[in-house]
Design a protein around this ligand. Structure first.
Ligand code: DAH
Length: 340
């Protein structure tokens, strides 16, 4: 019997060197050490031995099992190592190849300009307000002192959805919406960036474009406050040495109204192609909020005053970056966008 165990040990050790896969190794293990394995079968024979012989034989079987198990572990390590090397070879992993870097995008020039304007006004204590792009005739026109037959409505060629609903032509309706929401709290001090829509399409007009509206209402607000805020804004946006000038103008929702020009950022005021030789560039419309608009917003026009302004974002982006055709901003041509 001892010899039999010894034979199993020798045979198995020899076979171990023959197996070349982990699967075959596992099969061999079952064949020898499994429940129905050849070595396990030897243990069953112990019943036929005398009580003295039994422990001796048991020790022989155990020793063989320990030897075989140790050999197994070694062989298993060898085979796993070979399998891994083979896999690496097959995958032809070349860790010396340089990595592939992902192209990194950046913000659209209009988004950059809007965020820059927001930063400047947030720094002066303004809050950011929003309103809907699909607007009622009431908020877009009537509450801004533009009744139905008012000729000034023709300044803005509108996209109507129904007789009472249109795509907002300006961000000014947010003035009324903000006052309604905030009253009677003071001060009202907001800017509102957003999309607006008009039936216009050429090199300097797009049917969809962006405006930033501004509104400040409080006790004792004067035109000099408007001028000071816009001068600070212009210097932060276009450079420390900028000057501004106010030209009389007309808007139904402000009285008096003014168009604001900034000294040309290209020639500094001497006169060039961009400012068409005048030294000044128009950047926005503004004025003192019309008492009727304050009343429409629910504020007492005998106690309070305010100023408002509205600027075109595309125009500012074009001035800032020297873009000559507004449509480039909406073509999404990467050769253009990658320049910013
Ligand atoms: N809403 C005007 C426009 O789109 C711009 C404007 C002018 C806004 C004067 C204002 C303002 O708030 O006071 O042409």
């Amino acid at each position: 019997m001892k010899q039999e165990v010894h034979r199993i040990q020798e045979e198995t050790l020899a076979e171990l060197q023959q197996v070349s896969t982990l699967e075959a190794l596992q099969e061999l293990k079952v064949k020898v050490l499994g429940k129905k394995g050849s070595l396990t079968a030897q243990l069953r024979k112990m019943g036929g031995l005398s009580p003295e012989e039994r422990p001796i034989f048991g020790q022989v079987v155990n020793e063989t099992r320990d030897i075989l198990e140790a050999a197994w572990i070694r062989r298993e390590e060898e085979l796993s190592q070979t399998a891994m090397l083979k896999q690496l070879e097959e995958e032809k992993l070349d860790i010396s190849l340089p990595g592939v870097s992902l192209p990194r995008g950046h913000q659209h020039p209009l988004t950059k300009v809007i965020e820059e304007i927001e930063e400047i006004f947030l720094g002066m204590g303004f809050q950011i307000a929003e309103g809907p792009e699909i607007e009622s005739d009431y908020y877009n026109f009537e509450a801004l002192n533009l009744p139905k037959d008012h000729p000034a409505r023709e300044m803005q060629d509108s996209f109507y959805i129904t007789e009472e609903i249109l795509l907002r032509t300006q961000t000014s309706p947010v003035q009324i919406r903000t006052m309604e929401k905030q009253r009677p709290q003071l001060p009202v001090k907001i800017i509102c960036p957003g999309k607006v829509y008009r039936n216009d399409d050429d090199a300097t007009h797009s049917p969809m474009f962006h405006q930033v509206e501004g509104l400040m209402v409080d006790r004792g607000i004067r035109m000099s406050d408007l001028k000071g805020i816009l001068l600070s804004f212009s210097r932060m946006m276009f450079g420390e040495s900028r000057e501004i000038r106010l030209r009389p103008s007309f808007f139904p929702f402000t009285e008096p109204s003014a168009e604001v020009d900034v000294s040309c950022m290209l020639c500094g005021g001497a006169g060039c192609r961009i400012c068409k030789g005048t030294g000044w560039i128009e950047i926005l419309g503004s004025g003192m909020v019309h008492p009727r608009v304050l009343e429409m917003g629910g504020y007492d026009s005998k106690e309070l005053t305010g100023f408002a302004f509205g600027m075109g974002v595309e125009r500012i982006a074009m001035l800032k970056y020297g873009i000559e055709d507004m449509r480039l901003l909406f073509d999404n041509d990467l050769r253009f966008l990658q320049q910013f």
